[in-house]
Ligand binder design. Structure first.
Ligand code: FHN
Length: 597
């Protein structure tokens, strides 16, 4: 985990928590039959409604609004935060901010071109900000005149043009709508105290007179396939109903879990991270920036490498989710070229390997013995191999008979041999893709996988190496990050909750029982405060603890001897590592725990 990634993750959590009066239930979308228009639909109806979305896997998020004018700079100072939050972060007065509209003339905006970027990238849908927290409508709303048509010289309708261009290109179009935060209109949420008297007003009036009629306008005028609410609030049932009142005309509409007011919504929306296990049985979508901001910022050039973006998409698909990847166009209507370049490269890979992503179902494996991911479609398992293992590609536990294997990109037939214990070995294709080589395994039926429990035995020197790659993570706030050679370099990262940990099953043969000490190989950012971890055996505390002192960086690994001992008796045991305190919001990147007798 990089410090930047962590900062964003924490920011997202704190952000939600900082909103006044936002109960936890609203964040997770507690169901209520009366206010959610989809609450009573049958599974078959839901499956039919969600079909295109589930098959899509990859979409484009567009954050575009007045914030593209300051582009992260106010009165000569760079904002430390997100581009689209500059009004709130720098407490820009309402009138001053509204004047940015006079400079907003995105003469190069071309909906057909933007949609073509999405299409070339292999994206199947677009979600674009119709109104973000700044309160500025990117379409000619009749609700009031704080909109692109009334305030700027650009007398066009970006939302309408995008909707039309998407329809022409056969891509689904959705709108993002900030229903709760609105820093311009009196009564809109401000995420903390208001900073301008012009913001004072009734929230109820705001919902009734601004949010609800604008949502109705968007639904009836543009018929979006998706409404992307942001951020949830504790709406009353009447306010929630006012927001969804127009939905009856578009029963196919899909909306996320960020409305609040007891509306569960259709999709979970992890932001800036990929949950280690996805959301089994639920529809979910990770939204993520390509650099570190959603709305354009001149000074943010921290663009993620395309390898990471693509592997993120593969990872998400292997867990049954969608990837909504953001672009932040500038005030001229131009999507930054580093973003476009990455999209093109992703599209090139997907052109030959997209079969392993679109309309797939999650991996049947809990863990793979190589650095990569798996997806399934019908009777085919797709293996996305990030790093070809030096000792060859092996796969254990597959019960279904293999008919044949090929490299998806080239069609090259591969040889599959089966060892006595059922482990398959797959021959190496002549062309290896440095990002991911896809192997399609054709089976005689739908894949059935039985995974053997990994029981770790002592090494020849009597120590136990409990590697991150062999661990089972507990909780959704920690994940195994596979390094390039998986085994030695994998680490447990994104470890951001006291309730998250990792465990290993060990077998202790007679003679190997006794008293052990422990050490860990870990790395942590120098900016972090010290966390404390402890080990448990079969759920009981051992008294072993360690204080995680800073290393040089998230990648600078050191060995730390923990204090205390644990006793292992003959038989099988579960060793678990958990944090006791985590003052900095993240524990560490952990490569392994070594037990020494
Ligand atoms: O505050 C917003 C943020 O500006 C951005 O729109 C993201 C996208 O998911 N959502 C909010 C934070 O959760």
């Amino acid at each position: 985990m990089t410090p930047k990634a962590l900062t964003l993750l924490i920011a997202a959590g704190l952000l939600a928590a900082a909103l006044p009066g936002k109960p936890a239930a609203a964040q997770t979308g507690a169901a209520s039959a009366s206010v959610d228009p989809h609450a009573n639909e049958t599974k078959a109806q839901r499956d039919a409604r969600m079909k295109w979305w589930r098959e899509a896997r990859f979409g484009m998020f567009i954050h575009w609004g007045l914030y593209a004018v300051p582009a992260g700079v106010y009165k000569g100072q760079n904002t430390g935060g997100l581009g689209e939050w500059i009004m709130r972060d720098d407490k820009i007065p309402v009138g001053y901010y509204a004047d940015y509209a006079k400079q907003f003339d995105p003469e190069q905006f071309n909906a057909t071109e933007w949609v073509s970027y999405a299409k070339t990238a292999g994206m199947k849908y677009i979600v674009m900000t119709a109104k973000h927290h700044e309160g500025f409508a990117m379409y000619p709303t009749k609700v009031d005149d704080f909109n692109i048509n009334a305030q700027t010289n650009f007398k066009r309708d970006p939302i309408g043009e995008m909707a039309a261009a998407c329809k022409k290109a056969g891509i689904k179009f959705g709108v993002y709508y900030s229903q709760n935060l609105d820093w311009h209109h009196p009564g809109g949420g401000t995420a903390g105290p208001a900073w301008d008297p012009a913001q004072k007003g009734s929230y109820d009036e705001y919902i009734k007179n601004v949010s609800a009629p604008q949502v109705k306008e968007l639904v009836t005028r543009y018929h979006p396939a998706v409404i992307w609410w942001d951020i949830p609030s504790d709406l009353t049932p009447d306010q929630a109903r006012a927001l969804t009142s127009a939905f009856s005309s578009d029963p196919e509409l899909i909306y996320n879990n960020r409305m609040g007011g007891g509306v569960a919504g259709d999709t979970e929306t992890p932001e800036q991270h990929i949950p280690p296990k996805g959301f089994p049985g639920k529809d979910w979508e990770t939204c993520m920036t390509i650099n570190d901001t959603w709305g354009f910022k001149t000074n943010d050039t921290n663009f993620k490498p395309m390898e990471l973006l693509l592997r993120n998409l593969i990872d998400i698909a292997s867990k049954g989710g969608n990837y909504l990847l953001n672009v932040g166009p500038d005030a001229h209507g131009v999507i930054p070229s580093p973003e476009v370049d990455r999209l093109k490269e992703m599209g090139a890979w997907l052109k030959t390997n997209g079969q392993s992503i679109y309309a797939t179902t999650p991996s049947p494996y809990q863990r793979l013995p190589f650095n990569g991911r798996a997806t399934v479609k019908g009777n085919t398992i797709y293996l996305n191999v990030f790093t070809w293992p030096e000792n060859g590609l092996r796969l254990a536990g597959l019960q279904t008979k293999v008919k044949g294997a090929k490299a998806l990109a080239t069609g090259q037939k591969l040889t599959v041999t089966k060892a006595a214990d059922g482990t398959l070995s797959i021959s190496k294709p002549s062309a290896i893709d440095s990002i991911s080589t896809v192997i399609a395994l054709d089976l005689t039926g739908a894949p059935v996988v039985t995974e053997a429990e990994v029981l770790i035995a002592p090494q020849t020197d009597g120590t136990y190496a409990l590697n991150a790659s062999d661990s089972t993570v507990v909780g959704n706030n920690i994940q195994v990050e596979h390094g390039d050679d998986n085994g030695a370099n994998a680490n447990l990262g994104y470890w951001t909750s006291l309730s998250a940990g990792a465990e290993w099953k060990v077998t202790v043969p007679a003679g190997a029982d006794g008293v052990y000490t422990a050490k860990i190989d870990y790395a942590v950012d120098p900016g972090s405060a010290d966390s404390i971890v402890t080990l448990q055996v079969d759920g009981a505390d051992t008294g072993i603890t360690g204080t995680i002192v800073k290393t040089g960086s998230w990648e600078d690994y050191q060995t730390l001897a923990l204090t205390g001992t644990l006793t292992l008796t003959p038989g099988a045991h579960t060793i678990k590592i958990i944090p006791k305190s985590m003052p900095n919001g993240a524990v560490m990147n952990l490569r392994r725990v070594t037990l020494v007798r």
